[in-house]
Design a protein around this ligand. Structure first.
Ligand SMILES: [Zn+2]
Length: 135
């Protein structure tokens, strides 16, 4: 059985100056809204499979490998579904949240979409590649 998440009370963060959401927006997201520079509530990270990235955009892969100071390779992140290349990071405010979620939902199957809503036990955290979910 899953352990219930502990609720962080307002008085515990900086003497009650900031809520957990505000602290996460400042130090976790580290960005403003893509469209209006508003305070962020959602960050979407998109990862592409490493082999798919090399196949679909060889020019960008070559440019990344050439400019990599550690060697001639494309940096990737090991994940449950294999090595992934971080493709895009976008942040949205509450006004543009739905628009960005709808755009992310239309991502092709080889893109892994990670939605980060920040802290809160009632908020969903979704990290499922659409190809694995369909099979
Ligand atoms: Zn916005």
């Amino acid at each position: 059985m899953k352990k219930k998440q502990q609720i962080i009370h307002r008085t515990k963060l900086f003497g009650g100056l900031k809520t957990a959401e505000e602290v996460h927006a400042e130090f976790g997201f580290r960005d403003r809204c893509l469209k209006c520079e508003g305070p962020p509530v959602l960050q979407i990270r998109m990862f592409m499979e490493h082999d798919e990235f090399l196949k679909r955009s060889p020019d960008m892969a070559a440019a990344i490998a050439m400019s990599n100071p550690d060697g001639m390779y494309v940096p990737s992140v090991p994940m449950t579904f294999g090595a992934m290349v971080k493709y895009a990071t976008v942040t949205a405010c509450r006004l543009h949240q739905k628009e960005l979620e709808q755009t992310a939902a239309k991502a092709p199957s080889y893109i892994l979409v990670e939605l980060d809503y920040g802290p809160g036990c009632e908020k969903p955290f979704i990290q499922v590649p659409r190809a694995a979910a369909a099979s």
